[in-house]
Design a protein around this ligand. Structure first.
Ligand code: FUB
Ligand code: ZN
Length: 653
């Protein structure tokens, strides 16, 4: 585990001392940037998850999904495209113009894994792959194998010229993922190989785009997030300025071509300046990355211009457009948001990448505000809409995540069962980078306040006022609401705690009235500090434990009641009229035909039945199921692991 600050400093010093060639020279700024989010996340490298729920999944990601995604990258020509573009192999471009980004995303995930697990074989594999990528980079920094291999055959009207079809093409999107991968790889290995490629590319893009230059913006956002990460590492302010330019310029009709068919305007959130936007529209992944990038830019520049818009858009999503599973993007036609309250279940698109984008954004909104409602969204999406996207075995995936199926794959999207891969495989390669970074979402700090947002068994080295606060968390969450925090630090440390009371334990499904609990449960919780009942002082959704000098062995035990809950949705959600859904803790449940042989779509749930929760060790690696005399439900994330058949989250009552 690294002390994040020290590690960052070492990275920066290495970055300066290694700069030998003119083109990639990166120097420390005279005035290092001081603006940032007021709340600081504890890096994933400082937190080790050791529970029974997530730790096995992180291991599966490391041992199965990362190598599997690389194999697929080889098998499908994704890696070869770089070699061909670089003249290392002969051949033609294979696949789709955004395939480069898939490779970058797996490198990012693999690099996160390398940061916490030595793996010389993986390290060497990355060296080889990065060599191919570097060879594909054109002299001036341009990197887009789809055009470099043969500009006359660049896909879908991209034209022989660069940047001529920004709306449809992914020259800027792909490299956003390159920057994220390069920063992760540099932090994992200290090697500049991929970082130099990223810097050279970012410098090219900075020379082409911006005020007085090309005023276009990417058709698919992502570069904004990547540029901010590159800025954080190098402290090269031009990268932050460029990210801000791309955010500010969106919706500026005079700046670039807006009439490019269905991919322009609202589809890519380019219909108005962000500061004037009030609703979530268009493609959901583009939207989530856009709002994340904009939130970063706001936090790092101190510009408050988009704050109001981001708040309104967030409310629009959470009050009207989010599924109970935390998925977003109802409409398959454009992989995006539909009108208010239009949340069909069988055709719900809710792309796994959109769930990820929503998590990324909500974590940033939390870091900016400290408000609990953002981590409620994060947790709901994490355990449901996101987690369903990858199988327990780690080698099959969902792209859309419907909330209901009759067992027939109408869209040929693998909606009845997870698929081993997709032609557009953005989701499998997105999962692979989120899993290893999960430890980074559990803890954060502000001054000497320690936030605990997720209940996941772990050990953490929390940087706090120039000291390291060692803490362990022991819990059987999400099956059980008991959480024990124990101080491991040898030296006494002053700290206060803010322990999140999850929405389900505050009787609030989510902010707003889209969903409501309709049972009479009123879950309560207790807090013990060193065995003494402590007055659970709840402030804005957090249990506040006052500042004190914590000694080794001190313990906080929180016990949340975790009853089975029944949920109804707003009456304007037509698809759910007369239906209820079942939840327990952070998990949304679903009924599958394999447990309910007469089928689930027409099943009627009688009022007043008792629901019993049992933990079944033998089922799918161990999971909690809920049964009544009429039905059995399992967590939504676990569906489609046994037989294909009917499935429904919302059940008729
Ligand atoms: O366009 C790149 C990615 O492919 C998008 O984020 C996904 O929705 C898929 O279309
Ligand atoms: Zn995707």
């Amino acid at each position: 585990m690294h002390h994040n600050f020290l590690f960052r400093l070492i990275c920066l010093l290495t970055l300066v001392s290694c700069s030998t060639d003119e083109q990639t020279k990166t120097t420390l700024p005279e005035q290092p940037s001081t603006l940032d989010y007021p709340i600081t996340p504890v890096a994933f490298t400082a937190v080790n998850i050791n529970d029974n729920f997530w730790a096995p999944r992180l291991e599966t990601n490391r041992k199965v999904t990362i190598p599997y995604d690389f194999e697929k990258g080889e098998e499908t020509g994704r890696h070869r495209n770089f070699a061909i573009a670089g003249g290392l192999e002969e051949g033609e471009f294979e696949g789709i113009f955004y395939n480069d980004s898939d490779v970058f995303k797996v490198i990012e995930g693999a690099s996160y894994s390398l940061q916490v697990h030595d793996d010389p074989e993986l390290d060497a594999y990355l060296d080889d792959l990065i060599h191919k990528i570097a060879s594909a980079q054109e002299e001036d920094g341009y990197l887009y194998t789809n055009r470099t291999i043969d500009p006359s055959k660049a896909a879908d009207g991209a034209g022989e010229e660069r940047w001529t079809s920004l709306v449809q093409h992914h020259e800027l999107y792909n490299v956003g993922h390159l920057y994220e991968a390069a920063v992760a790889h540099y932090q994992a290995t200290g090697k500049r190989t991929l970082l130099d490629v990223a810097i050279k590319n970012a410098d090219l893009i900075d020379s082409v785009f911006g005020p007085g230059k090309n005023m276009g913006v990417p058709g698919h956002q992502e570069i904004e997030i990547g540029l901010v990460k590159l800025f954080r590492l190098t402290e090269e302010k031009r990268y932050l300025d460029l990210a801000k330019f791309f955010v500010d310029q969106r919706g500026n009709a005079q700046g670039h071509n807006l009439d490019n068919g269905k991919y322009s305007g609202k589809y890519q959130q380019d219909h108005k300046l962000l500061k004037d936007q009030e609703e979530a529209v268009g493609h959901a992944v583009r939207a989530g990355y856009f709002y994340s990038g904009a939130t970063d830019v706001a936090a790092l520049t101190g510009d408050t211009a988009y704050d109001g818009a981001l708040d309104k858009i967030w409310e629009d999503i959470v009050h009207q457009k989010i599924y109970l599973t935390g998925g977003i993007g109802a409409e398959p036609q454009h992989e995006g948001f539909g009108p208010d309250y239009e949340l069909p279940n069988a055709t719900a698109y809710t792309e796994t990448c959109a769930a990820i984008a929503l998590m990324l954004w909500n974590h940033r909104m939390f870091l900016k505000s400290g408000e609990v409602k953002y981590m409620d969204v994060f947790e709901r999406t994490l355990y449901n809409g996101f987690l369903a996207g990858v199988s327990l075995e780690g080698n099959t995936f969902f792209y859309p995540n419907p909330l209901e199926t009759d067992g027939i794959d109408k869209f040929n999207h693998g909606v009845c069962g997870r698929s081993p891969w997709f032609n557009t495989s953005c989701c499998p390669v997105n999962v692979v980078r989120i899993m290893p970074s999960l430890p980074g979402y559990i803890y954060s700090t502000k001054g000497n306040e320690v936030y605990v947002n997720l209940y996941i068994g772990s050990e953490a080295d929390i940087p706090l006022n120039d000291q390291i606060f060692k803490l362990s968390q022991t819990t059987n969450y999400p099956w059980d609401g008991r959480v024990e925090l124990a101080v491991l630090s040898e030296k006494s440390i002053d700290a206060s705690f803010k322990l999140r009371v999850p929405g389900w334990a505050r009787n609030e499904v989510l902010d707003g009235d889209l969903y409501q609990y309709i049972d009479n449960e009123n879950p309560s919780f207790s807090v013990l500090v060193n065995g003494q009942e402590s007055k659970a002082n709840v402030e804005n959704g957090y249990i506040f434990i006052e500042n004190k000098a914590w000694q080794k062995g001190d313990k906080i035990v929180i016990t949340f009641d975790m009853p089975v809950r029944k949920v109804k949705s707003h009456e304007l959600v037509e698809a759910n009229i007369g239906k209820i859904a079942i939840e327990r803790g952070p998990l949304v449940y679903c009924a599958e035909q394999v447990d309910n042989p007469d089928g689930v779509l027409n099943m009627i749930i009688p009022e007043g039945e008792d629901y019993i929760f049992t933990y079944d060790e033998s089922l799918l690696g161990g999971l909690g199921k809920i049964s009544s005399p009429t039905l059995t439900v399992v967590p939504y994330y676990a569906w489609a692991h046994r037989e294909i058949g009917e499935m429904a989250v919302w059940l008729k009552r």
